[in-house]
Design a protein around this ligand. Structure first.
Ligand code: 3PG
Length: 220
């Protein structure tokens, strides 16, 4: 399997799911509970960020318990984290920024990886290394949908696809998802750390149910 094929496979799955909760999870039990809520609500994907020590264990356990859940690793900042993400069973990984060393390692291992970009120069450097699937981050602060459309225009013929995150909310997700090149959006609003820590599962269910409703209302 090649890097290109595995990235294309990730895009194919994510463009059906459309809205990916970005999670910062401190402990395995709550992490698994969050995954259970996602499955119950019908949003079978999560980006588990490597901002906590528990991340790789949660991916491993969740992959066993919820085989239908499409699990990605987020905030993958170096080669060690990339390899741990792969070993834990993540199906894809993303990073906030573009690090050529991490991208090259992902390409070498054919591990689907979307580096973060928010300028044309970063898009071109990532493309040069073989990436066609990119995270647009921080989407809101970088100029939102308007900026994303401007960035897409010169690369459309190369088939570059984007996952915007950073500032995506229930109020603006649809606007990003209306852009053809947008595979899916990601956001922490679907599993806020404070809600997870305080076991506010009803609030989380409500946010996730809203995302499912939005995704079902979209025509593609
Ligand atoms: C990310 O890691 O993609 C972002 O931190 C998510 O940003 P948000 O908190 O604005 O959703």
């Amino acid at each position: 399997m090649s890097f290109e094929k595995n990235c294309a496979d990730a895009v194919a799955v994510l463009e059906k799911i459309r809205i990916v909760p970005v999670l910062v999870l401190n402990d395995v039990d709550r992490g698994l509970k969050m995954c259970e809520v996602l499955m119950q609500c019908g949003l079978p994907a999560a980006e588990i960020t490597f901002r906590t020590k528990a991340a790789s264990r949660i991916i491993t356990e969740a992959a066993k318990r919820f085989p239908e859940l499409y699990l990605g690793a987020g905030t993958v900042l170096d080669i060690d984290e990339l390899n741990r993400a792969f070993d834990s069973g993540a199906k894809f990984a993303v990073a906030p920024g573009f690090n050529p060393a991490v991208v090259s390692e992902a390409v070498r291992n054919a591990f689907a990886f979307a580096p973060g970009v928010c300028t044309p120069s970063e898009v071109e450097q990532a493309m040069y290394l073989g990436c066609k699937f990119l995270k647009f981050f921080p989407a809101g602060e970088a100029g939102g949908v308007k900026m994303l459309k401007s960035i897409i225009a010169p690369y459309r013929h190369r088939g570059i696809r984007f996952m915007p995150t950073g500032g995506v909310t229930a109020a603006n997700a649809a606007e990003y998802l209306a852009v053809n090149e947008v595979v899916a959006v990601g956001g922490t609003y679907l599993g806020k750390s404070a809600d997870i820590e305080n076991n506010n599962w009803d609030a989380i269910r409500q946010a996730v149910a809203g995302a499912v409703e939005l995704k079902n209302s979209l025509v593609r």
